[in-house]
Design a protein around this ligand. Structure first.
Ligand SMILES: *Cc1c(COP(=O)(O)O)cnc(C)c1O
Length: 372
């Protein structure tokens, strides 16, 4: 690989910072002979619950499983509807289908990229049982409004916190505000494992108990299965790595926020480019730094960046209602104009906590010199 190329994320600087400690811990786990759940996972669950300010945490296999188990633990099932965003990765919606429920999509705000809270109420029916706000790219959703609607209609809220670990809404950690929160430790997320892992958090003891059953084949006691669940238990090796990284994650997040603010400064005054929204009552963790390139210039700019070996991503090129999983014929653009606009304009540029000043300058130089 060209040493001057810039990936969209580079995990090595962080992983090298913790490598010796992680290897020592992995060695301990191997010699303990306890590879699935056990004391390492319990310690991580306690520490991360404490970090997030929640009563209970359940370590599972992935963020997708955390969503699925959360939905089922809240009693949502076949025939129920869940309101969510039209602009997010598929796993959020897949989890709703896997639980037997039906997703109902709302359009987004074109500046925050998060679901437009003013559009939720008109989608509520007698079957609506929940709302899944996705804190997209690390920016918290408008939780006060979402919780107000959920209280009015007696439905629950599951925060998809997969891209926003460590973020805050009015001083409270994301994932702790709804009835449950789902977190992913996919390696590139704010807190990343060395493989797949996820977490469900809640303050509700019943939800906690049911989630623990669901992750272990629906049993509280071995060989006394009560419901049909999953094999979705967290590995002890992942838990021990996450315990090490949890002590560093605030430093990494603060660093990533600084890098995002530097991009904001460098992009100031660039016409045809909209920088990410932010506000003073939330902490945006900038899991992605996603700009809007207006006037149909996004794809041209992306090609110029790729030619310069600066790698970007389009999160997401297809809005959820138009995915082939529903039908290859669908074209719901007119119902989701802002999500559609983002699918045409969004460009995520390289960001990670230790991206260098020089790397950031090179990214911005190419963007500014592209003359689009
Ligand atoms: C990553 C992600 C998921 C899925 O998490 P996995 O750990 O990959 O299963 C779900 N929702 C969102 C918003 C994500 O970014």
């Amino acid at each position: 690989m060209n040493p001057n190329s810039i990936p969209i994320k580079n995990l090595n600087p962080e992983n090298i910072e913790i490598l010796d400690k992680a290897l020592e811990q992995i060695r301990e786990v191997i010699l303990s002979g306890q590879f699935i759940l056990g004391s390492e996972v319990e310690s991580f669950e306690n520490e991360v619950a404490n970090y997030l300010g929640v009563k209970y945490a359940v370590g599972v296999n992935s963020g997708t499983d955390a969503l699925l188990i959360g939905i089922r633990a809240l009693g949502i099932a076949e025939g129920d509807e869940i309101i969510t965003t039209s602009y997010c990765p598929f796993p959020t919606v897949e989890a709703i289908h896997l639980a037997g429920a039906t997703p109902v999509f709302v359009d987004i705000d074109p500046y925050t990229y998060n679901l437009d809270v003013s559009k939720i109420e008109s989608k509520i029916t007698s079957r609506t049982k929940g709302i899944i706000p996705v804190h997209l790219f690390g920016l918290p959703c408008e939780m006060d409004e979402i919780i107000k609607v959920s209280n009015k209609f007696g439905i629950c809220v599951i925060e998809d916190t997969c891209q926003a670990f460590g973020g805050e809404y009015k001083g409270r950690k994301l994932g702790s505000l709804g009835n449950a929160g789902a977190i992913s430790f996919f390696p590139t997320k704010n807190l990343g494992a060395f493989g797949d892992a996820g977490l469900l958090v809640t303050n509700d003891h019943k939800v906690y108990e049911k989630a623990r059953m669901l992750r272990s084949h629906g049993s509280k006691r071995k060989y006394h299965n009560e419901i049909t669940g999953y094999n979705s238990r967290m590995d002890a090796i992942q838990a021990t790595i996450l315990r090490v990284k949890l002590r560093y994650v605030d430093d990494w997040i603060e660093s990533q926020i600084k890098k995002a603010h530097r991009y904001n400064q460098l992009l100031q005054g660039s016409s045809g480019i909209i920088i990410p929204a932010e506000n003073n009552y939330t902490k945006h963790t900038f899991h992605q730094y996603t700009i809007r390139i207006q006037h149909n210039k996004r794809d041209i700019l992306r090609e110029i960046l790729t030619t310069a070996e600066i790698y970007t991503e389009i999160y997401y090129p297809v809005i959820i209602p138009n995915l082939p999983v529903y039908s290859s014929q669908n074209n719901y653009d007119i119902y989701y104009p802002s999500a559609t606009l983002l699918s045409q304009e969004a460009l995520s540029i390289p960001i990670w906590p230790r991206i260098s000043d020089d790397e950031q300058l090179r990214v911005i130089d190419v963007i500014k010199n592209a003359q689009i």
